[in-house]
Design a protein around this ligand. Sequence first.
Ligand code: ADP
Length: 496
Amino acid sequence: MAAYIKQFSIPFSFTKRIKNLWLNLSIYQKMIIGYMLIVIMVVAVSIYTITILFKLNAISSSILSRDIALIDINKRMINSLLSQDRSKENYLLLGDEVFLNAFQEKKREMIKDLSSLERLADTQKERDEIEFFKRLYFDYTNVKEAADIDAQKIKNSRQIDDMIKTLEGINLYREGVINKKTENFKETGGNAARLSLIISMIAFVFGITFAFFVTISISKPIERLKQETTNIAKGDFNRRIDIDSKDEIGELAAAFNTMCYKLNELERLKSDFITNISHEFRTPLTSLKEANKLLLDGIAGETTEKQQRLLKIIKEEGDKLIKMINNLLDLSKMEAGMIKYNFVPSDINIVIEKAVNEIRLLAERKSIDLKLEIKDRLPIIPMDSEKIQQVMINLLSNAVKFTHEGGKIIVKAHTEDSNIYVAVKDTGIGIAKENLQKIFDKFQQVDTGINHKLRGTGLGLSIAKHIIETHHGKIWAESRLGKSSSFIFILPIKIG
Ligand code: ADP
């Protein structure tokens, strides 16, 4: 068993080594290696095909220039023999010189053909046959005055038969050679076609697989980088990408991770700084506020009307500063996960009504018509009432802040599917489309050109978003610039 495992551990470590080698290559090197392999395969197929074509060409030209030529000469020689025999017979019979001349003419041609035949014959068997034929032929061509014409005729015809048989034998043998060569031709061609097809298929499959892997190895990490960059853009710097390869993408991922780490560090430093500074500010500010109150109450002595006005301004600005610092502390605690949520089944109707009533006085001061419209009572849901109240107060005070005197604010709520929808709609200054998302980011205030007094901290909506998202809900804004704004949030009836 151990030996069996050992036997298989070698290829495993080998593939591991190949994988490591591959991971260490750059994309450029990977592409070059892949394409080189494909090119080598294509060149190998081409060289092999060309070699086979040469071989096939050699076979076909040897059939045409040797075998068929040899058979043709043989056939011509057979015809010539028959015509020589006729001339010889006539000459012996009639003694006419014309027949002797015709015979001699055919004999010259025959000798030429014989030498061509000797040149073309490439086997010992054929050469022996030709030698045998030559002997028969020269014996036959030795024309003498015949004493016994009949006996001579019989001898001639036997010789002719023997010669024709010899030539036909050579032909038969050559036809066999042609058959063999044709078979060889077919087999070589077929094998070559098969092998070329197999190598081409391998090259094709390899090419496709290679292209697939290279594309995947590039597009997959890029897709991850894209996703993670989107998360960074949303402000989540706690991201990491694990990519093993050491190629350009691997380097990009490593640079991305370093960037995330540094951004995270910066974010932490910023948060720590804000928390510390807020803490440091809060104590002296509270003392200032107390001292101011004592002055306003006249405990430290009588104050003139002018001094009272100035003390009131100090009080208002001090309150604003304390609110701002509290908001800053709240948000940094929320981001650090240090704020505890008290999720208990609660009546959101009461929370909304309470918030509306709290803001009513502020609205009346600006003669704003504040209405609450809840047709059907909303169900009890698990939530932290205080936090949702904080969201409502923020949305309502913004609505009052950004709505002109005599305007309208409507709070509507309803249940749809498994969510509760709450909307705070005003007829205020509105928000430009490009700022609808931005306003939920920290410290984002849109320059509306309105009274500077209306400017807050730019933290209220970020806190609201944090609270709603911790409740697994969603918050967004819709608006018609210069006409109206709606802030809508949804809360799930059941969490989880
Ligand atoms: P703050 O109100 O303290 O500046 P917020 O985070 O509550 O901070 O709001 C951010 C910005 O969103 C505001 O400065 C304002 O430009 C815009 N905004 C919020 N509510 C409204 C509204 N009801 N109408 C018009 N603009 C609004």
